[in-house]
Design a protein around this ligand. Structure first.
Ligand SMILES: [Zn+2]
Length: 264
């Protein structure tokens, strides 16, 4: 069996960030987040190898990639690193991936009180809707895993808000709550080392239930609605798209894409 672990940073144990900041390299918590990402990945990878994994791929995908200290990762994993990919889950389309796992993912942009809630960029969207449903990166990467890897997402670790969103879309998912969100930058943190232990156990449980896991997809063509934080971004999309872009209001555009893969 082969597995793909995607690792973002905002949803990791111990991370709350700081108001009006993303989790960039100058953030007070960036160094901690990098180290916690390695701990959570290694716990998940160990759980997978204990469950007879042949290959475990780790996709380092936060903000331009290259966040992790690769020398500290379990040496049995392979790593997808860098930028410039056309689609999500780069490099893994021919790797016969059986299942995908999400670490450090976070609530979608329009989540009240979720830790560092955003969708794709912390400075771009108020929300992204596909076929009328608000989608975050958990949903986007689950659809992408379906389309590109033919694999279900079986596990996620994040704050309580993101996990309830994941369960709403992917009811089969096994999960670990890393922190109880009290606001965008405020949480009751489960101790990061206890989270690591829970990830290891729960990942093994997810693999045991592999036959219950399902693909998550959306129906093509997709109706896309984007509400931007800044109206010049909406204006740019409205002016640049040639086909059928409707301006809903100064911040919001809607258009149809023939395939989800035109977007991600
Ligand atoms: Zn991120």
């Amino acid at each position: 069996m082969n597995f793909a672990i995607a690792c973002d940073l905002e949803g990791l144990a111990g991370v709350v960030g700081f108001p009006k900041e993303g989790l960039g390299t100058t953030s007070k918590q960036y160094e901690f987040a990098k180290k916690q990402a390695v701990r959570e990945i290694n716990a998940a990878a160990a759980g997978l190898f204990d469950s007879n994994a042949d290959k475990v791929y780790v996709w380092d995908n936060h903000n331009g990639s290259l966040n992790l200290d690769y020398m500290e990762l379990d040496k049995r994993v392979d790593i997808v690193a860098g930028v410039g990919a056309k689609h999500r889950w780069p490099g893994l389309y021919d790797k016969n991936i059986d299942a995908a796992l999400l670490l450090g993912y976070h609530p979608k942009a329009d989540t009240y009180g979720g830790i560092l809630s955003h969708t794709c960029s912390s400075v771009t969207y108020q929300y992204l809707k596909i076929n009328g449903k608000s989608m975050g990166e958990i949903e986007i990467d689950a659809v992408s895993a379906c389309r590109l890897l033919n694999a279900p997402v079986i596990f996620a670790a994040s704050d309580d808000k993101a996990i309830s969103q994941a369960k709403e879309s992917l009811p089969w998912i096994k999960s670990v709550i890393t922190k109880e969100a009290l606001g965008r930058n405020l949480a009751v943190l489960k101790h990061p080392l206890r989270v690591v232990d829970e990830i290891n156990e729960t990942v093994k449980n997810a693999v045991e239930h592999l036959e219950d896991m399902q693909l998550y997809d959306v129906e093509d063509p997709v109706e896309v609605e984007m509400r931007f934080l800044r109206l010049e971004d909406a204006e740019k999309v409205y002016k640049s798209k040639t086909k059928n872009v409707e301006l809903i209001d100064a911040f919001t555009v809607r258009f149809t894409a023939q395939s989800f893969l035109e977007l991600y």
